[in-house]
Design a binder for this molecule. Structure first.
Ligand code: BGC
Length: 473
């Protein structure tokens, strides 16, 4: 092998080593995650704790719920308007309109964003429910809003901060339900926003509805997509930070559990346990929310691609890759511009077994306008696999920790279900298998891993919001 190749290979091996996740890190991560949950349930004033947001969702569906409801879902990448028919037998059907969120909406004003959303809802109703509109019906709607929101009731919540590249600054601190209702009313759209749900809460409810007890009780609803997060049901008695009057009211109503949105994207923002390579630091710096959601930046789809881009750019700077480009200006702009390499491309690099990695060559050429040699592509594949592997191994930490925290495996022959949604867990090749490998390395061990079922809850976040709106009736 020529000397220069050896240099590249040695460096690539070194970089990959930095993305390795040891069993020791996983074990410590699980303990620290449980500790961060406990502290987050006590108070909102501990910046090192998880946010552990009480959602005011106090019942989990049985699968027998019925009704036709509207739901809208503002996720990381798309806005969806959905009408869901819950059939009462664990099944549902839905009609949906999906629109990619335009970049200018992600960083404009709240008026622009909520007006745009209201127009989409209006259009959807005119297209799919014109008869009901003519009859003068009012529609009840669930609102999935996949960002950290402080809730005071099921149908109100103020935005704490944006994540996943959003930066509509005048919206922070405002009630997002009131904002949506205001814009719907202004357009005379006959819709009442009845419930606000995080996408993980929606996923938990939707999976409980469709999968109820098929493979054990659904304990967690989680998302591994553009962002990452999870929700679970907690004993009200353990949510110490709930105001006294709320606790009293719940007690009187006989309510014992409430769903908690953990916002685990912000696990270990202080990086007590989490890895922090020099490339992670650049990714964080280039993000719209530096210093927070540190776990998300090592795990979710938006950041996996960005991490690979940053590493490739660095290897170019070291003179090891893409040597035909003498200056930064000459490099294809997609390689020098943050967030221009997506996880979909990584999925292809991950499993490319074509001769000379020809499929990757094409993708790199089309997507980045970047001609590559076989040797460069092999290195790109190696780096891709290291970054995805780290993501999946870290993803096992919150899942295992929450299962341990609620004692999900207590008792004999217990099986446990986790509902998951999001592009990474659904489409990234081998992601769930890698996650399971890492679960077997946690305190749960191979026995826990064998009893765990991670099921994709397709359309979970929207269906769950509809279920929330139903429970509000
Ligand atoms: C948000 C969460 C959301 C997750 C998955 C994160 O960036 O903070 O609220 O659940 O993405 O969409």
């Amino acid at each position: 092998m020529p000397a220069v190749n050896k240099k590249l290979q040695t460096r690539a091996n070194q970089v990959c080593k930095c993305f390795e996740v040891s069993q020791d890190l996983i074990l410590r991560g699980v303990d620290y995650f449980i500790d961060s949950c406990e502290r987050g349930l006590e108070t909102d004033d501990d910046p090192t704790a998880l946010m552990m947001i009480p959602t005011y969702v106090t019942s989990i569906p049985t699968g027998h719920e019925q009704g036709v409801l509207l739901a809208v879902d503002l996720g990381g990448t798309n806005f969806r308007v959905v009408s869901v028919t819950l059939k009462g037998d664990h099944t549902f059907s839905l009609v949906q309109a999906k629109s990619p969120i335009p970049l200018d909406m992600m960083s404009g004003t709240s008026a622009m964003l909520f007006q745009w959303m209201s127009e989409k809802i209006d259009k959807f109703l005119k297209t799919h429910h014109s008869d009901s509109l003519k009859e003068g019906n009012n529609f009840k709607m669930g609102f999935t809003f996949s960002f950290p929101v402080k809730q005071k009731s099921l149908n109100s919540g103020t935005l704490t901060r944006w994540t996943k590249g959003f930066d509509v600054s005048d919206c922070v601190g405002k009630d997002v339900v009131a904002l949506l209702q205001e814009h719907l009313d202004a357009l005379k759209v006959p819709v009442t926003v009845g419930a606000l749900a995080n996408d993980t809460v929606g996923t938990l409810l939707a999976r409980s509805y469709t999968g109820a007890n098929k493979e054990g009780e659904t304990i967690i609803g989680c998302i591994f997509g553009t962002g990452t997060n999870g929700a679970y049901a907690e004993d009200v008695s353990k949510i110490k930070k709930l105001p006294e009057d709320v606790r009293k009211h719940l007690k009187e109503a006989g309510v014992t559990q409430m769903v908690i949105n953990t916002e685990w994207g912000s696990f270990d923002n202080q990086m007590k346990i989490l890895p922090n390579t020099k490339w992670d630091q650049v990714v964080d710096k280039n993000s719209s929310n530096p210093g927070v959601h540190i776990f998300e930046k090592r795990v979710s789809g938006l950041y996996m691609g960005e991490t690979l881009r940053v590493v490739l750019f660095d290897l170019w700077k070291e003179g090891l890759l893409f040597k035909d480009y003498a200056t930064e200006e000459a490099l294809p702009h997609r390689l020098t511009t943050p967030f221009n390499l997506d996880t979909e491309a990584m999925s292809l690099f991950e499993i490319d077994d074509s001769t000379g990695l020809k499929a990757s060559e094409l993708k790199l050429q089309q997507m980045l306008r970047l001609p590559t040699t076989t040797e460069e592509r092999l290195v790109i594949q190696q780096l891709t696999r290291a970054i995805a592997h780290r993501s999946a191994y870290l993803a096992a930490i919150p899942i295992s920790a929450l299962l341990m925290k609620v004692g999900a495996f207590d008792g004999h022959h217990v099986e446990v279900d986790v509902g998951a949604d999001g592009s990474v867990v659904e489409f990234y090749p081998g992601y769930r298998t890698m996650m399971r490998d890492a679960v077997s390395l946690t305190q749960l061990g191979p026995k826990g891993e064998r009893r765990l079922h991670i099921n994709i809850s397709k359309d979970g976040s929207s269906v769950g919001a509809a279920l929330c709106a139903l429970s509000e009736e």
